[in-house]
Design a protein around this ligand. Structure first.
Ligand code: 2PG
Ligand code: MG
Length: 434
């Protein structure tokens, strides 16, 4: 059978932080091959699948020799002869082979690279682009992008408490236009930053390095940048935040470095509600710690009808945790990062769990990335609705935006931009009523 796997190899390549990571290559009897690279997060949830790193002194402990060895000694022999088009079976095999609840034995970095490489090989064998292989004829939309303008938190030496200050253009009409709008805003934001003092570069995901006296200062400048670029903030272009609050959640309180004080959970709720009232915010990710379902529920109850409340560190791309959050009414959207789950199939299950509840779903990159564009295809092929890749500079980010541009172009007049419909219905309705 030509779809049988004939070879699986893994090699060490390097990510956007200059750290080693795993690239896997899967070859089929037909000669088709697929290749994928594992990304790596910096602000990680405790319930994520974990990477296998060598520790010790070499490469700051980030070496992947053990992860590579596991692919060679165990994963490759187990996959030989398997049908690559049976992704669920392949992933089940990987999960069972690892045998741990968090993928710690063989490493989520090894598993996710092989799982995604297999997906590419299957698509190559069918001679179709990956997004099309995933869609299998079902209707898809071009995702609404969520694009970072300022990077903070764990991606910028904690110069702001908030990790991602982003923009969204749900009414842009097309992905191509949304990127043009973002380019204008990114440039305008740079000019505003320059006027405030020397620009000191960019953060991990390419957003301007923050030079702000408070989180609110950053929100003011971002709003100004939208307007300076010629767009109406709160009508055409909206702000999206990843608070990544888990990073500064201590004993249920929130240690806000720029405020020089610890907010109680209720004060955090008040802060989010106040920001959503004062700024043109349409989306907030992780406004509470990774197990703070009740704090999230309070925020969701107050603003969830008009603001997307995304779970990332709290949901860790896990269908079961999506169910828990849904029961607690803690979120109305789920971030999907394949390496948080460890396999393509588990990530898809989390996405489906979100969709089944009418939630927004956002396929996302990690802060440590490479030229790999798998997620661009996942976001289209799975009809994910939204895509988060980081900022609008640095080629590990631009590669992913550019890939979606190509897909949109290939669809011609059949391309449908997800736009406002990418949100949970009440949020979408609120956006379109104006
Ligand atoms: C996040 C991601 C991407 P990291 O928190 O959503 O911005 O960061 O990959 O460091 O977890
Ligand atoms: Mg996040």
């Amino acid at each position: 059978m030509s779809n049988q796997i004939s070879k699986v190899i893994a090699r060490q390549v390097w990510d956007s932080r200059g750290r080693p990571t795993v690239e896997a290559e899967v070859t089929l009897v037909s000669g088709a091959t697929g290749r994928a690279i594992a990304p790596a997060g910096a602000s990680r949830g405790a319930h994520e699948a974990v990477d296998l790193r060598d520790g010790g002194t070499a490469f700051g402990g980030f070496g992947v020799a053990r992860a590579l060895a596991g692919v060679e000694a165990e994963i490759a022999p187990a996959l030989l002869g398997q049908d690559a088009t049976e992704q669920v079976t392949i992933d089940r095999l990987l999960i069972d082979l690892d045998g741990t609840p968090n993928k710690s034995r063989l490493g989520a970095n090894a598993l996710v690279a092989v799982s995604m490489a297999n997906l590419h090989a299957a698509a190559a064998s069918a001679h179709v682009p990956l997004w099309q292989w995933l869609a299998q004829g079902r209707p898809v939309r071009i995702p609404l992008p969520e694009i970072q303008i300022f990077g903070g938190g764990a991606h910028a030496g904690r110069r702001t408490d908030v990790q991602d200050f982003m923009v969204m253009a749900p009414k842009a009409g097309s992905f191509r236009r949304a990127l043009e709008i973002t380019a204008d805003i990114y440039r305008a934001a740079g000019q505003l930053m320059e006027a405030r003092g020397p620009i000191t570069g960019v953060a991990d995901e390419g957003g301007w390095w923050p030079n702000f006296t408070s989180n609110e200062d950053a929100l003011d400048v971002l709003t100004q940048a939208i307007e300076r670029a010629g767009y109406r903030a709160g009508e055409e272009v909206f702000i999206s935040l990843d608070i990544a609050a888990n990073e500064f959640c201590v004993d249920g309180g929130y240690s806000m470095a720029l405020d020089q004080r610890i907010l109680s959970a209720d004060e955090m709720v008040e802060r989010m509600v106040a920001w959503a009232g004062r700024y043109p915010i349409v989306s907030i990710e992780d406004p509470a710690g990774q197990d703070e379902f009740s704090t999230l529920a309070k925020i969701n109850a107050q603003i969830g009808h008009r603001v997307q409340i995304i779970g990332d560190d709290v949901l860790v791309t896990n269908a079961e945790r999506v169910g828990r959050a849904s029961d607690a009414a803690a979120c109305n959207a789920v971030l999907i990062k394949v390496n948080q789950a460890g396999t393509v199939t588990e990530a898809k299950a989390a996405l489906d769990a979100g969709k089944a509840r009418g939630w927004g779903t956002i396929v996302s990159a990690r802060s440590g990335e490479t030229e790999d564009v798998t997620i661009s295809h996942l976001s289209v092929g799975w009809d994910g609705g939204q895509l988060k890749v980081g900022s609008f500079t640095r080629s590990e980010r631009m590669a992913k935006w550019n890939e979606v541009l190509r897909i949109e172009e290939s669809l011609g007049s059949n391309a449908v931009y997800a736009g406002c419909d990418a949100f949970f219905a009440p949020v979408a309705a609120n956006l379109t009523k104006g």
